[in-house]
Design a protein around this ligand. Structure first.
Ligand code: CP
Ligand code: NVA
Length: 309
């Protein structure tokens, strides 16, 4: 059993193996229906318990399909419907019960500490389905999508992020180290990634450059990523933050400075950080990106359940 909490803590060879497995499995499903089970039924009889402390559309649906296509099943819990933290039931007791009933646990939480606490008491693997500091399943799937679209290893591409320094960017920084790709970050002056994230990347030979000018950041990019300026856990002056990002909107003018065939990706949900024209335009591959989460999370589940071949 293997936890899947932060990309930076998972060996690059394991992450690459997950991507390879996802490629093979996706190819084999060409004429399958949504709920058809993969021929080898690798997670037959297994239960994934999903728990959400915050809203989710894509993560919830993609994990549902992922476990079903592997032959298992899932149940989704909302913390406000449990005893946890309300009637005084401890994380330790909840974790014990989850481990008794289920085979894997996917947690979307507003506290990184809570994942650590659960991990301590679980006897089944935990998968981080988004926390304040990272969104590893999203970004691993995005690496898959980039390689699928560009038909080359991501290490040969110039990747760019325009936007807030949030959980998704932290995972993208970790991915840039694990998959050895160049990453330009374009963000306003006071919104750079946290120092400990950058120093980890530097120590691990990350090729990361930060620009406070969106145009300079996108020049020569093969792929531009973005995400909402205001994240689920953001407790900021929203109007001010949106104002601070006004020169960082991804619009047709900005992407004209990137390579002609630049790909635009966004994990969704979206806000004002991207124009409708770009989001729905020919360079945008956001729907393919969203669907690929099913394929990659299947291989993440296999990795965590100790069934990745
Ligand atoms: N991208 C993503 O994680 O979407 P949800 O918040 O809808 O799960
Ligand atoms: N950064 C966003 C990602 C949503 C999928 C958030 O944390 O809200």
């Amino acid at each position: 059993m293997k936890h899947f909490i932060n990309l930076k803590d998972i060996p690059a060879s394991d992450l690459k193996k997950i991507i390879q497995d996802a490629k093979k499995r996706k190819k084999k499903r060409k004429n399958f229906n949504t709920l058809d089970v993969d021929k080898d039924i690798p997670l037959k009889g297994k239960l994934l318990i999903q728990m959400f402390e915050k809203s989710s559309l894509r993560t919830r649906l993609s994990f549902y399909l992922a476990i079903k296509q592997l032959g298992g099943g899932t149940i989704t819990l909302r913390t406000n419907e449990l005893h946890l933290g309300i009637d005084g039931e401890s994380a330790a007791d909840t974790a014990k019960i989850i481990s008794t009933y289920g085979d894997g646990f996917m947690l979307r939480t507003d506290s990184d500490q809570k994942i650590k606490e659960f991990k301590k008491h679980l006897t089944i693997p935990v998968i981080n389905g988004l926390s304040p500091s990272s969104h590893p399943t999203q970004v691993l799937s995005d690496v898959f999508t980039v390689e699928e679209i560009k038909k080359k290893p991501i290490s040969k591409l110039n990747i760019c992020w325009i936007g807030d320094s949030n959980n998704v960017l932290n995972s993208l920084i970790a991915a840039s180290v694990k998959f050895s790709f160049k990453l330009n970050i374009g963000c306003p002056k006071n919104y750079a990634p946290q120092k400990f994230v950058l120093s980890w990347a530097k120590k691990n030979k990350g090729q990361i450059t930060i620009f406070n000018d969106a145009k300079k950041a996108v020049i020569n990019s093969d792929v531009i990523f973005s995400d909402k300026v205001i994240s689920l856990n953001d407790k900021v002056n929203k109007a001010k933050k949106i104002r601070d990002f006004k020169n960082f909107q991804i619009n047709s003018k900005l992407i004209s400075f990137a390579k002609k065939d630049v790909t635009f990706l966004h994990c969704l949900p979206r806000g004002t950080e991207v124009s409708n024209e770009v989001f729905l335009g020919k360079n945008s591959k956001v729907w393919q990106q969203a669907l690929n989460r099913v394929h990659v999370q299947k291989s993440i589940l296999l990795y965590s359940f100790g069934k990745l071949r």
